[in-house]
Design a protein around this ligand. Structure first.
Ligand SMILES: C[S@@+](CC[C@H](N)C(=O)[O-])C[C@H]1O[C@@H](n2cnc3c(N)ncnc32)[C@H](O)[C@@H]1O
Length: 208
């Protein structure tokens, strides 16, 4: 998908839909929070949520005392929604409006979290560009937590085709600089009561 049409798609989603009405809405991002804690994050860990959109993960991380939270999303509209909701404490979060496949990371992170952004990269060259950014941005020894639709999950998300995978498929995409630490399946129940099968995988970057 060309970058311009990708951007237009997501800006349209976030300007035309209620934050709580999108299929991926989660009031409490419990699986992500648990895996971030299990990856050994401390309150000073640098955590980035890739394709975080208007997700409530940043709110929950702030509430739990995490001080270095960054949210990256292609849609400025999504980030504006999240800022509005968080209110005064939004200034404690770093907000980056960028396409992850084109982004130039200027710092390194301890935790890279992505729920349902990587799976839109159906073109292998986009996935390779994503992995290149991951390698630039994640410090050796840091953890990448990536959630996609599972192999038996839906074929589309937000009307777009998705790349479904499992932990071993993701391990092949990331390459031998990453060790699989754990993976789990998660059934997400959408606001319209449909069940979507997700696969969460945690990798550690070698070294560090
Ligand atoms: C299905 S939503 C998930 C949002 C959020 N992670 C959550 O769990 O609620 C996918 C998000 O990825 C963002 N996104 C899609 N492609 C992207 C890209 N290439 N770079 C950055 N963000 C992207 C979208 O704008 C959208 O916010």
């Amino acid at each position: 998908m060309a970058e311009a049409s990708r951007l237009a798609h997501w800006e349209d989603v976030y300007t035309s839909r209620e934050e709580t009405g999108v299929s991926w809405f989660q009031d409490n991002p419990a699986p992500s929070l648990e895996l971030i804690e299990r990856a050994g994050a401390t309150k000073d860990s640098d955590i980035i949520d890739i394709g975080g959109g208007a997700s409530r993960l940043a709110d929950h991380l702030l509430e739990r005392g995490f001080r270095r939270v960054t949210v990256l999303d292609i849609s400025q509209g999504a980030l504006d929604l999240a800022c509005l909701r968080i209110g005064r404490r939004a200034s404690e979060v770093r907000w980056i409006a960028a396409d992850v496949t084109e982004w130039n990371p200027s710092r390194r992170f301890d935790i890279w979290h992505d729920r349902a952004a990587f799976h839109f990269l159906v073109d292998p060259s986009d996935r390779a560009a994503y992995v290149a950014r991951l390698k630039e941005a994640l410090r050796p020894g840091g953890h990448a937590i990536i959630a996609t639709f599972a192999l038996d999950g839906p074929e589309k998300c937000s009307g777009l085709p998705v790349y479904r995978t499992d932990a071993s498929g993701l391990a092949k995409e990331l390459g031998d600089e990453f060790t699989l630490v754990e993976s789990r399946r998660h059934d997400h129940v959408t606001p319209s009561n449909a069940t979507q099968r997700f696969q969460f995988s945690v990798f550690q970057r070698r070294g560090g």
